[in-house]
Design a protein. Sequence first.
Length: 414
Amino acid sequence: MNKPWNRISAALRGRVVGSTGWAMAAVAVSSVTGIITARSLGSESRGTLALALSIAGLCVLVSALGSNVSVRRHLPRNRQVNRKGYERLSLFLSVPLLIVLAAVLYTVATWIDPSVGSWKVGLAFMAYGFAYYLSNQALDLLNAMGLVVQSARTNALGSAICLLLVAIVTFLGWSLAGVIAAYAASAALQSVAAYAIVLRREESRTGEVLGMRILLKDGSRLLGLNLGQSLAYRADTVMLSALSSQHQVGLYAVAVTPASILRLPSAAVGQVAFHQAAAGDAGTRQILARLAKLTGILIPLAVCGWLLADWVIPLMYGAEYRDAVGAFRILLVAEIALAPFLVLSRTMAGSGNTWGASAAGLMGVAALVASGAVLIPGQGAEGAAWASVIAYSAMSATACLALWIGVRTSRRRA
């Protein structure tokens, strides 16, 4: 009698394990890329690189207007939403993206970091922002189609290409602009690889124009989740650059990379939970049980990272980054605090509770800005790390509250 459920559970476990495995491979490769850039660029230029990548990512998410999140909700069960409509909408939105990228580049070069104002760095920045947008839209289309393992694998492939290109650029002795251009080229190739998978899938749905409207309407509601989450991830780097120094940004960038390994299992569970909820197969108890197991895995990993930090960080990145150990340890705590949000917010978004998912993301932004403004000027990278702990805790707490309210509301209606 339980065989169908066992087959479903096995499939879900396979997707979680598969996507987590490829995500771990991607982070491992990205860590090597981070080591190369940290050692070749130095802390100042490494901070500028982190700033450029962060603000480009934020521009992409603003310009996408939540379409990459809404397609993951609607494509699995809404026959009016199809792939071609999503692709056409993505092309339309790429025009304002270029305007946003140029405006933000000018603002940052004028007020925060003049080194991004050179024409070589600026051109590479624009190319990276556009390529990253195409890649981000393509990977989320794979997730919407239920191909979460293929999406994670393609992301890992992009990371490997980025490592190769950065290694070549470093060997040739190219500057910061060359490194950013390598990131841009790898993102472009990643988007090509993703669409190669997409195009092998047949598309028989109709209603392209209506589907575009649905994605835009629902995407604006989910923008709080996607943009709020990304602001909570990236705004700390921008605030640190504005309120402290590029040296501190470089230290923080080095601390973030290894700490983000703890995010991989949470993100994988969240991706599967999103698609499961969108397909109508998610149960609250099942999600909470999975979250409890996830926390039981993360805590021992964080303890190991904490104990090895004094040895691992200088060994990987060099003695120049020894002061990043404190921020790294604080960020380990932040990643544990973030785990409930990554799972619960995606469950709510997939099931249609857009206000709850967005509220959690926006709460994180508010907490980060408020706490970062107080902590960063005096504590630098460690202040930014503590601001992340506060922001991630606020996001998870809000997600738990929103899920509880949503469950009570649905029970009353039933």
